[in-house]
Design a protein around this ligand. Structure first.
Ligand SMILES: [Zn+2]
Length: 512
């Protein structure tokens, strides 16, 4: 047996040349030398509890080997053998498993792993070590494979559906399709095709219950959803009532997100589509986002005031005030106590709760203690020095998150430009920010530092107008003192609340 056997590792494959990372000792052995005649032994194969026949087996050193061609038959994989290169390729859509005769490396979706035993070569056929093969490919199959060497039974269980729901979120110039998934898919698992007004999405390794997902939705640009289940993939077709100009797919841990862009529908048009459409645009749910929290205190004032505490106090006062002046509007908070919440979770919370406005509340800080005033931010290119400082300060929380690497994609300029280009609520966000600044100036009397565009991650939100407010400076002695008082917190809350009410009136007048 090879030593260092059960250790799994990832490595880059460079034109099929293995470059070992770390020090892993492995010994290739010529397995055929061990084979002794064990004719007639077999494994019972059960599929979902029903017998699906027998499979020949050879036991060598307590390891059960089965012919690779037999197992692929049971799993519905495509099988290709390159006799010259002594390789076997098993494929499922665009995904593949590559095995080499007498070589312990198994390549699953371009990721190499080492099995404790290499496949055997007998009579020119490849026999694979069943238990190790199952272990290496556990994320590959939709089915669950369990082999019991004691009873010599291989159980193949069809997976429960890993595509659980489809949600459509309408926007002015398109929509977001959320395909909720029970496992994480890779971009390579997803095929997108447009045929006239049909958008077809194929998800390799996806399984769904077509009776449950089928629906005659009439939601924005989507008229119909037709799901189809295939043996190793799932397909969902969407019938659109407009031309699809642009499509984009993104995968998250529990969903596949597809963004469709159609010709821009003018702001007035929802009014022509009847009452139900009008209600879709009403500002009936507002998300308040007190910045920071928990292990992330945000800025800290000279006398130790934590930004996270101030943000929460203002947000709670704002929620109460909005309830008194707009009792019909639902106000939700991304946090209502001192807990840590990641930036993406905040946005996700807003989208899941179908928020119509997102207001992130912060307090500012500067290395120069003389700097004071309030400012508002919308997503943009970070032109000004003020905007750059805000981005540095408010984005730094990412380092405290469980998986900072999840934000890597954000660092690309192309990504941010795209986020800005596809943000259909830019104008609305800016209008709201201006109203907030106007009212803040009147109500609090502290200096107005303006409305800025900035690359703030928490503002990346395609679904609703989104702003971030820096209320005052904790690094300024006078403003820190103000921020700590109930009366100033209340003034700020009322200023923001009144701006939202004013914005809501103007916006809703525009739609009908
Ligand atoms: Zn902050």
């Amino acid at each position: 047996m090879g030593t260092g056997g059960t250790e799994r590792f990832d490595k880059k494959i460079n034109s099929m040349t293995y470059t070992l990372r770390g020090t892993i000792l492995f010994i290739l052995i010529s397995a055929s030398a061990f084979i002794s005649g064990q004719d007639g032994q077999s494994i019972e194969v059960m599929t979902d509890g029903r017998s699906a026949g027998q499979m020949p087996v050879v036991i060598q050193g307590n390891v059960a080997f089965v012919p690779v061609s037999e197992i692929t038959g049971h799993l519905g994989l495509r099988f290709f053998e390159n006799k010259q290169k002594k390789k076997v390729v098993l494929s499922l859509g665009q995904r593949s498993v590559i095995l080499t005769h007498r070589n312990p490396f198994i390549i699953v979706d371009k990721k190499a792993m080492q099995m404790p035993s290499p496949p055997l070569e007998m009579d020119g056929h490849m026999w694979i070590p069943l238990t190790y093969f199952i272990h290496a490919t556990q994320d590959f199959f939709t089915q669950k494979l369990v082999f019991d060497p004691g009873s010599m039974v291989l159980n193949i269980q069809s997976a429960a559906c890993n595509i659980t729901d489809v949600q459509i979120e309408s926007m002015k110039n398109g929509c977001l399709i959320h395909i909720k998934t029970g496992r994480t898919f890779g971009l390579q698992d997803i095929g997108l095709a447009v045929h006239q007004r049909w958008l077809n999405i194929t998800i390799y390794g996806g399984s769904l219950d077509s009776t449950r997902l089928a629906s005659e939705v009439r939601n924005g640009i989507i008229d119909k959803i037709v799901p189809k289940a295939f043996k190793n993939s799932a397909q969902i077709a969407f019938l659109c009532n407009q031309t699809i100009l642009h499509k984009e797919v993104e995968v998250n841990s529990d969903e596949i997100l597809i963004q469709l862009r159609t010709p821009v529908v003018s702001a007035e048009s929802p009014a022509h589509n009847g009452a139900s459409d009008r209600s879709r645009w009403l500002i009936d749910t507002i998300i308040l986002d007190p910045g920071h929290g928990g292990r992330d205190p945000g800025a800290i004032g000279k006398s130790g005031t934590r930004e996270s505490h101030i943000n929460l106090k203002i947000a709670l006062k704002l929620k109460a005030y909005m309830h008194s002046i707009m009792p019909d509007v639902k106000v939700l908070m991304t946090r209502d106590d001192d807990t840590f919440i990641g930036l993406r979770e905040r946005t996700q919370f807003a989208i899941e709760n179908r928020g119509k406005l997102f207001i992130s509340i912060h307090a500012d800080a500067n290395t120069s203690s003389g700097v004071r005033g309030f400012s508002s931010y919308i997503l943009g290119r970070s032109g000004s020095k003020i905007a750059l400082e805000a981005a540095q300060k408010e984005n730094s929380v990412i380092d405290l998150e469980d998986d900072p690497s999840a934000y890597q994609e954000f660092e690309g300029v192309a990504f941010i430009m795209n986020a800005i280009a596809t943000n259909v609520y830019m104008k609305e966000s800016e209008n709201l920010a201006r109203m907030v600044n106007e009212t803040m100036k009147l109500r609090t009397g502290i200096p107005d530092r303006g409305v800025h565009q900035s690359r703030l991650y928490v503002l990346i939100n395609y679904a609703m107008p989104t702003i971030l407010i820096e209320t005052a400076f904790l690094s300024n002695k006078y403003e820190e003192r103000l921020l700590k008082t109930n009366s100033f917190q209340q003034k700020v809350a009322e200023a923001i609340g009144e701006s939202i009410k004013q914005f809501k009136a103007v916006y809703e007048k525009g739609i009908g």
